[in-house]
Design a protein around this ligand. Structure first.
Ligand code: K7E
Ligand code: CUA
Length: 660
């Protein structure tokens, strides 16, 4: 989400005229820092952090892994964007990961990291994240910290309410922000036909519980609103998933004004179990839909991209009991489900209260048909008063997102009044508030959206940093803040800058991830078609104008390191296999003038750099990762001859040693 807090402030203030406005101007930064903050975030050299935080990279399209409480950046995991640091999206093996129905799309806007869950608890196996712009969901394998799979979602625009997983990661679910015509790209519709032809679609991506493999199981065709966020039920509400939606006005221009007219938009409650049963009973309708499904194979160290051609859909207006709407005040944004699965907390961007809905009351209202009209003729809107458990009163301005701790408290970010508010889940009373610098969007508590929150730390993911860091030109650092939530009062511990816009983060105890770490890939298991498993098998093979270089890397040489017979007009594929069998010994590979990034090859892996030499002459190549004392010696030469020359292919290492 990106909007100006100042624009928002105006309607929000008008809205709240007469009521008390809390904490609109956070106090001086120093004043709220805990006295022993330094001690609490100090992780001694050589010691591990207690928690991993996975932050969305926002418009960088990546995910960043940080250690908490230190705030140390551990790794940028490339997902939707090419990453020259390690050749992701540049190597032949990883290019297919970025394939879509629109062709190669080497960038996206990622918002919501989501840890896989077992019995409603973070299990540390996978991390999912949405591509918002060209709708995709990615799965990162937390044993390797590599993107293992990306599936595109057809029929939608803006995959924002995504990816949220059900209690046992049966599905990861994504919903549309920009509704669009279902037969988009086939029929030439006018924008003004919005109400007649535009639709939303909720995508249910099935996740294989053994290996994480995803497939698009079905899509629910829903009214053309803007769907914003989601969370699945847990425990008693296991079968349901809840989405916020705004723009129920169905405006398609100047949404800032036109989509804020109604006092209430909706929470959409979907019975996903029922949808699953309908599909199993053959009630789905197949429609053609083009979408890419990209899978990285850990044995071949290469990705494949398959273009799918159809999807199963369910028109929700045809199946009563599948979907209900609950009215929700003032342009709802976040929706969060309490650890016991009984309370559904919604946050209206312009609201003066935080409504808390009761799952049980929702069931009762459905039972008693306590309706307040219908959407599209036959999808019931439940009565607000009938489903409401209560409202958190005067929480501040612009509530956005809520997470929970292990002691029965909820924490909500207030974008406009720039604070985090702590309240008690049972009586909805406000306990504490702490200023945030500035304008927090999401927040994250360790395990804070799961059935068993761990608590202890809270991250406030901020939209604006203004005066917090040394300035860096027109664009200032993005940032988040670490808050201690162990006591009655929240305490600010640390500010640290982040990569891109840190929309959302998930935090998990490090132990859950540490134990599964892959340290290197076994060379004997390497099934890459171009793998070279020993130095004696290295070779250079010409086939027409295609030249394949089978190269190995080991401390401290690349073999072969003298290669001749390459000509202008050739397409050269350099397949580098890293022969090391030890933890943390990648070798890099780069060629002078190559219109490409380097490769960074993990131990036991093979990666391929495609190179079309542009100039004849001697062309050096070298290892880019300082891998040993003699790293600087890890280098070689190509001889590139003019087009049509008859220099034969020749390759060697250690030939003609220098004699003194
Ligand atoms: Cu920024 Cu989840 Cu895209 Cu809220 S989102 S803040
Ligand atoms: Cu290998 Cu430097």
């Amino acid at each position: 989400m990106k909007f100006s807090p100042y624009k928002l402030l105006v309607p929000a203030l008008a809205l709240l005229a007469g009521s008390t406005i809390y904490g609109c101007k956070p106090g001086k930064a120093g004043s709220s820092v805990d006295a022993d903050a330094a001690q609490k975030v100090y992780v001694a050299p050589g010691k591990y952090d207690e928690v991993y935080a996975f932050l969305s990279g926002g418009f960088s399209g990546q995910v960043a892994a940080y250690g908490i409480p230190s705030g140390r950046l551990l790794k940028v995991i490339p997902v939707f964007s090419q990453n020259p640091e390690n050749g992701y999206g540049y190597s032949e093996e990883t290019k297919p990961m970025l394939n879509t129905s629109h062709g190669f799309v080497p960038w996206d806007d990622s918002h919501h990291p989501e840890l896989s869950k077992t019995n409603g608890e973070d299990d540390g196996r996978w991390l999912f994240i949405n591509g918002n712009n060209t709708p995709r969901i990615a799965r990162i394998d937390l044993a390797t910290f590599k993107t293992a799979e990306i599936i595109e979602l057809p029929n939608i625009g803006g995959n924002h309410a995504s990816p949220f997983c059900t209690e046992n990661t049966e599905y990861v679910v994504g919903n549309t922000r920009f509704s669009e015509p279902l037969d988009n790209n086939k029929t030439d519709n006018s924008i003004a036909s919005f109400k007649q032809t535009f639709k939303g679609a909720v995508s249910f991506v099935k996740v294989n519980k053994d290996n994480g493999a995803m497939n698009l199981a079905f899509q629910l065709i829903v009214p053309a609103f803007n769907y914003d966020l989601a969370h699945a039920g847990k425990g008693p509400s296991h079968d349901w998933i809840f989405f916020t939606c705004y723009n129920t006005e169905q405006a398609h221009t100047l949404l800032e004004v036109n989509a804020s007219q109604r006092d209430k938009d909706f929470i959409m409650a979907v019975n996903w179990k029922k949808a699953e049963e309908l599909i199993a009973a053959g009630k789905g309708t197949k429609i053609s839909a083009k979408y890419a499904h990209n899978v990285y194979n850990e044995k071949t160290h290469a990705a494949t991209s398959v273009m799918e051609s159809e999807t199963q859909t369910i028109d929700i207006t045809k199946f009563p009991g599948l979907v209900y709407y609950m009215p929700c005040p003032k342009s709802p944004h976040g929706v969060d489900v309490s650890p016991d699965g009984l309370s559904i907390v919604a946050s209206g961007k312009l609201a003066a209260v935080i409504p808390v809905f009761s799952y049980q009351k929702m069931l009762d209202a459905i039972d008693k048909k306590q309706y307040d009209g219908m959407v599209e003729g036959n999808i019931p809107v439940l009565k607000y008063e009938a489903v409401l458990r209560g409202e958190v009163k005067k929480p501040g301005l612009g509530p956005l997102h809520t997470e929970f701790d292990d002691k029965g408290y909820a924490y909500t970010t207030m974008f406009v009044s720039s604070e985090v508010v702590k309240w008690k889940l049972d009586n909805l009373e406000i306990i504490d508030r702490i200023p945030s610098y500035y304008s927090p969007g999401h927040l994250s508590v360790v395990g804070g959206d799961s059935k068993k929150p761990f608590g202890k730390y809270l991250l406030s993911l901020n939209k604006i940093t203004k005066d917090r860091y040394l300035p860096t030109g027109p664009e200032l650092a993005q940032a988040c803040q670490l808050i201690d939530i162990t006591g009655n009062k929240m305490k600010l511990l640390l500010d640290f800058p982040t990569i891109g816009k840190p929309h959302y983060a998930q935090m998990i105890l490090a132990d859950k991830i540490l134990k599964n770490q892959v340290k290197f890939f076994k060379l004997e298991d390497n099934k890459n078609a171009f793998a070279t498993k020993s130095e004696k098998d290295t070779k250079v093979v010409r086939n027409g104008n295609r030249v394949d270089v089978y190269m190995t890397a080991i401390r401290s040489h690349l073999a072969p390191d003298n290669i001749e017979g390459i000509k202008i007009g050739d397409e050269v594929y350099v397949h580098v296999t890293n022969l090391e069998q030890d933890w943390d010994v990648p070798h890099g590979f780069a060629i002078k003038g190559a219109n490409n990034a380097e490769l960074l090859v993990m131990p036991g892996e093979t990666c391929t750099l495609k190179w079309a030499p542009g100039l004849a002459g001697i062309v050096p190549f070298y290892c880019t990762d300082f891998c040993s004392a003699l790293h600087q010696e890890m280098q070689g030469y190509f001889r590139v001859s003019p087009a049509g020359s008859n220099v034969p292919i020749k390759f060697s290492i250690g030939e003609n040693p220098v004699t003194q």
